[in-house]
Write a protein that binds this ligand. Structure first.
Ligand code: C5P
Length: 217
């Protein structure tokens, strides 16, 4: 999944075209959604599957309504923040039932969180179990938590891992980073990659490089 963390529809569509079919999924996050909104999401959804990464975290009723609105956009994956608690997760899961083609996942602990790795694993695992109990399809976690989550929640429970870097790339604000091969070996189902592809001289080539490392695992 390429994180389209750019500031305009033009930049997003240009990146989409440069990437072409090298990737199957595009991720629309806060920056792009706040700037360009639903029209762009629908456009991107014509050529790729879309993960709308808005990390809803509010009272249960508000989150359930936001999930319904996201479902109406036709996106293939959305997320809420597990920190919102089990009542919020339950409300989100109930709202998502009406959209069987949309996966609903929960953010456990941000990959930029400075929490020690061991502690992050405990908290992420606890939140993953809570998300599963509420009926969600999976979680966003770091590569360091993916294997434990798969063991506890089963192989069908989706793990989406940002914080992917390889070949000596700058980690920037991320803390718990891993390379594409370790991510696959560690039990990640979907890798989220932003800046290493967006800022590459040849984004398509960078995407293909990540895919080749994934295949090597
Ligand atoms: O540029 P970079 O590869 O670090 O981008 C990672 C992307 O994944 C960003 O869009 C960020 O918002 C998102 N993300 C994250 N950690 C999470 C959830 C989402 O980095 N736990």
């Amino acid at each position: 999944m390429v994180a389209l963390d750019v500031d305009s529809s033009d930049a997003a569509l240009q990146m989409r075209d440069r990437l072409g079919d090298s990737v199957g999924w595009l991720k629309v996050g806060l920056r792009l959604f706040v700037a360009e909104g639903p029209a762009l999401v629908r456009d991107l959804n014509q050529s790729h599957r879309v993960f709308l990464d808005l990390k809803f975290h509010d009272i249960p009723n508000t989150v359930a309504q936001a999930v319904e609105s996201a479902g109406g956009l036709g996106v293939n994956m959305i997320n809420v923040h597990a920190g919102g608690g089990s009542e919020m997760l339950n409300a989100a899961a109930q709202a998502a039932v009406a959209f069987p083609d949309m996966r609903l996942i929960a953010v456990t602990v941000l990959t930029s969180d400075a929490m020690p790795k061991e502690q992050a694993r405990v908290v992420a695992l606890e939140r993953a179990k809570m998300a599963q109990d509420a009926g969600l399809d999976g979680v966003v976690c770091s590569v360091f938590e993916a294997a434990a989550i798969k063991t506890a929640c089963g192989s069908d429970f989706i793990t989406v891992t940002p914080g992917i870097r390889w070949g000596g790339q700058d980690v920037q604000d991320q803390k718990r980073v891993a390379d594409p091969a370790s991510a696959i070996a560690g039990g990640s189902d979907f890798l989220v990659v932003g800046r290493p592809i967006l800022h590459a001289l040849d984004p398509r080539q960078a995407a293909l490089e990540a895919l080749s490392l994934m295949r090597s695992a």
